[in-house]
Design a protein around this ligand. Structure first.
Ligand SMILES: [Zn+2]
Length: 210
């Protein structure tokens, strides 16, 4: 009897969108968040945990979740991270500089593993490198997957320019410095998968922020 084999080296990016709210500084806004899942047929990492665990697990399918990697700790990105951890037994990873934001949403439980600049996360035969890019939030990170030609930017860089810096714990000069030093150093054809809204490329955004 023939046995079928999955092709090797099948790392890919899967995507969903989920609606919810974002609250900070006493205001609440409706937001659509992107769900990004990176891996192969057997294991994945989930980038951010917005709004709805079932929607995230719908993108994951029957694959094992190896880690929940948070780009930053605004509530629309981490609200269901502990529930997703409970459902999958996967650890939550966050840059420790975002602790003050995390504690606005989760008062009695923490994340599991600190992210640090230059850290490498292996999944499904490929590797993502952590880029610490403060500005939108002090512990904001981007995740560069060079073999896939993509970078996941959370709310640091959108299609059209830098993420918002008008609220607490944000700083405009800092985000611009992060983008110019770290993201604009990536190949221009790198596809940017954002926390909200459409994809862009590094080259396209270099024309939006000079
Ligand atoms: Zn944010």
């Amino acid at each position: 009897m023939a046995v079928s084999h999955h092709a090797a080296g099948g790392a890919r990016v899967d995507h969903g969108v989920v609606a919810g709210t974002f609250s900070l500084d006493g205001e609440t806004h409706d937001v659509d968040n992107n769900i990004w899942v990176v891996g192969d047929d057997s294991e994945v990492i989930v980038i951010d945990a917005p709004h709805d665990v079932d929607a995230i697990l719908g993108v994951v399918g029957d694959r094992r979740v190896k880690a929940i990697v948070c780009t930053h700790a605004h509530d629309d990105h981490v609200r269901v991270a502990p529930e997703l951890r409970k459902r999958t037994s996967a650890p939550i990873l966050l840059h420790p500089d975002d602790r003050p934001l995390w504690e606005l949403t989760h008062v009695d439980e923490l994340w599991d593993v600190d992210l640090s600049d230059g850290q490498e996360i292996a999944v499904g035969g490929t590797t993502l490198t952590v880029l610490h890019t403060p500005g939108h939030a002090p512990g904001a990170v981007c995740l560069h997957a060079p073999e896939l030609g993509v970078v996941f930017t959370g709310d640091t860089l959108f299609n059209g320019g830098p993420g918002a810096t008008g609220r607490s714990f944000s700083d405009r000069p800092t985000i611009e410095a992060s983008i110019k030093a770290r993201l604009f150093a990536l190949p221009g054809d790198t596809v940017v998968h954002t926390g909200h809204g459409d994809d862009t490329t590094i080259a396209a955004e270099m024309t939006n922020l000079t």
